[in-house]
Write a protein that binds this ligand. Structure first.
Ligand code: GCB
Length: 637
């Protein structure tokens, strides 16, 4: 049922996208309501449940034999990896039976993890992989149960006891599928077909500058809730400084159900009743003793929403974020965003995109305490919820984005529909995180009418889903010469729609400019809005030194690049922050210089193993000088 609803929502949003594409950029803001993601299960990671991480059987299926017959249509009985069949027992019972798979006898790996580290042959595998495991359940009458995946890259087909429970596309956002009806008391068989293949209609498209970590990369849980439950709850401080909550109940008892929000440490309780559709909005003045969340004091409160038998819980910080002229304000005061970009990749020689709390903490502490950062750009897709929760705890503001990257098929309404669902899934997952300050709708997308209409629709969705945060996008610039100096000109019409303009700049790395000339580069951007350098950077191989020629790929070149680019930044009046590219070297199949890259993008300020390069200190010193709050900061451990 849920998956039917999901498909219907996708179809509707595809139609909405069609209307947008046909009506042109001007009317994109009036596009139909935000796509209705089928189920939110907000803060699912805080709900009690059964953790399904650990050993799973796996089997590759490069010809998709388990998904379709060799003439198309349904796969034959001997090929259906998803069936609830004990293949060995069935073969013994019927010696003429032919099975060309046996999930129970296939090897096991520990999930979550990308498959690129399952075995050496899997390093470059793109396509379908089946995963299977048994699970014991004890469903109680009156309860509803959901399978909840943190992320499956890129698409997933989920089967319980041989029956399909749903399909999900998009490698970086969570999804939940209801299994109340199909779940048996005792042993159950769970099978997931994971397909990492992406095509021209995928988001992101196949060509990017990062590793395609196919697999079940985030948590897998079985979550049980009362028959009527809190599906979505959004608890925050509004721009006007009030505490507000929007709650959506799901289930037969939702209409008119009493709802109560409490923040016990603040002695705050707000009561109300859901409307006929199960929605409730409540708000109250912020209690005087509330300590606002900030990077220096990342105070979080336990919050609870009680509705019928359900108790929904989260840990939430309260703060405001806004823009005044060309400054970004946090809690009403200007803040310079001392940031760094990150991919979702843990430290180590063989990352597999397994972001545990320890992995997230190690990355974010290197930014927070090592670089004196107060901001991270989580590029280029929604990162694990473990990461955004850790940012809440450690006091780092977050830029969060969906993978609308480079050459997305902007004219295709179905692609817009996908991007809208991803954006809605991301915002609904993380709008309770105080750390998240900026939602970004795209990265380096070439300007055209269909692209601008596409991104305007996404901007409109952000404004409807979360009007209290800022909207941005990493935009492209044009280069002109004026008075003998290069000038970078922002001529993107999307800038008008954004709260904060963002630009990736690589003068001196991707251009032949001498580094000594970089500080004199001019910036012609609208002055009425804040500007962020969402990227700047240069490759260096940790340990490669060249003190004489200071050539590209040496630590000296990268350090000089930072010195000169920061000198350029010092001359830009509306610069409100930056997130240089990037904290750590990351895997990228594009990058194949045999000595310096070997499949890694080397723009990290630290190597994949965590070795700091010379440029690290250059940025850390610049940030320390910009940080006028260090004396009031709570120590971070
Ligand atoms: C960019 C992209 C980023 C790349 C980076 C680079 O502009 O946004 O994804 O990895 O440049 O290293 O070239």
């Amino acid at each position: 049922m849920r998956s039917l609803l999901h498909n219907a929502a996708l179809a509707l949003s595809a139609l909405a996208g069609l209307a947008v594409a046909a009506s042109g950029a001007g009317q994109a803001q009036q596009a139909a309501a935000v796509p209705d993601t089928p189920l939110v299960l907000a803060a699912a990671d805080m709900r009690p449940g059964i953790d399904l991480s650990g050993p799973w059987h796996w089997s590759i299926d490069p010809y998709r034999d388990g998904a379709a017959g060799f003439h198309g249509g349904e796969p034959g009985v001997g090929h259906r990896r998803y069936d609830d069949t004990d293949v060995e027992a069935a073969s013994r019972a019927n010696p003429t039976a032919l099975f060309e798979y046996d999930m129970d006898r296939s090897p096991t790996v520990s999930l979550p993890s990308s498959w690129i580290t399952h075995s050496p042959e899997m390093r470059w595998y793109r396509g379908l992989v089946w995963y299977a495991r048994d699970l014991d359940a004890a469903p109680r009458p009156g309860e509803r149960t959901f399978l909840r995946f943190g992320a499956v890259d890129y698409s997933a087909d989920v089967f319980l006891n041989g029956k399909k429970v749903g399909h999900h596309e998009g490698g970086f956002t969570p999804f939940a599928m209801e299994v109340t009806e199909g779940l048996r008391a005792g042993k159950n068989r769970l099978v997931v077909g994971v397909d990492s293949d992406r095509d021209e209609r995928s988001v992101p498209p196949p060509v990017t500058d990062w590793e395609n970590y196919g697999g079940i990369t985030r948590s897998i849980r079985l979550v049980s809730v009362p028959a009527t439950f809190v599906d979505d709850a959004w608890v925050r401080m509004t721009r006007s400084g009030r505490i507000a909550a929007d709650v959506t109940l799901d289930g037969a008892g939702k209409a008119g159900s009493p709802v109560r929000l409490t923040v016990p440490q603040l002695g705050l309780a707000i009561d109300g009743r859901a409307d006929a559709a199960g929605h409730w909005h409540g708000e109250a003045a912020a209690p005087a003793r509330l300590a606002r969340w900030s990077p220096e004091h990342p105070t979080l409160y336990d919050v609870e929403v009680a509705a019928g038998e359900d108790r929904w819980r989260d840990r939430v910080g309260f703060r405001t974020v806004s823009v005044e002229g060309n400054r970004v304000l946090l809690n009403g005061r200007p803040v310079f965003l001392r940031g760094i970009s990150l991919h979702e990749e843990e430290f180590g020689a063989e990352p597999t995109r397994a972001i545990t709390s320890a992995a997230a903490r190690a990355l974010l502490l290197e930014a927070r305490t090592g670089l004196h950062a107060n901001f991270v750009r989580l590029a280029h897709y929604p990162h694990s919820e473990v990461m955004t929760r850790m940012a809440d705890e450690l006091g780092l503001l977050v830029w969060s984005e969906i993978p609308v990257y480079w050459r997305v098929a902007f004219s295709d309404p179905a692609v817009l529909a996908k991007a809208r669902v991803m954006l809605a899934e991301n915002i609904r997952r993380d709008r309770n995180r105080a750390s998240v300050a900026l939602w970004s709708v795209g990265n380096e997308t070439p300007v055209s009418e269909p692209r601008t209409a596409f991104l305007r629709t996404l901007v409109g969705d952000v404004r409807r889903l979360d009007p209290d945060r800022l909207v941005t996008a990493a935009l492209l610039t044009e280069r002109k010469e004026q008075g003998g100096h290069p000038v970078m000109v922002m001529a993107d019409p999307l800038a008008n729609d954004l709260d904060v303009m963002a630009i990736n700049t690589y003068n001196g790395w991707y251009t032949p400019d001498r580094l000594a000339d970089v500080p004199a580069i001019g910036w012609d951007t609208p002055q009425s809005k804040p500007l962020i350098f969402s990227e700047l950077g240069a490759d260096a191989l940790a340990g490669f030194h060249d003190l004489t020629t200071r050539r590209k790929f040496s630590e000296e070149f990268q350090a000089d690049y930072y010195r000169q680019t920061l000198a350029m930044a010092d001359r830009i009046p509306n610069l409100a922050g930056m997130s240089p590219w990037i904290l750590k070297d990351f895997r990228s199949p594009r990058r194949q210089h045999p000595v310096f890259q070997q499949g890694w993008n080397r723009k990290g300020l630290v190597s994949e193993a965590g070795q700091r390069k010379a440029a690290f200190g250059v940025l850390a010193d610049w940030y320390a000088a910009k940080d006028n709050t260090s004396s009031s900061r709570k120590p971070v451990r």
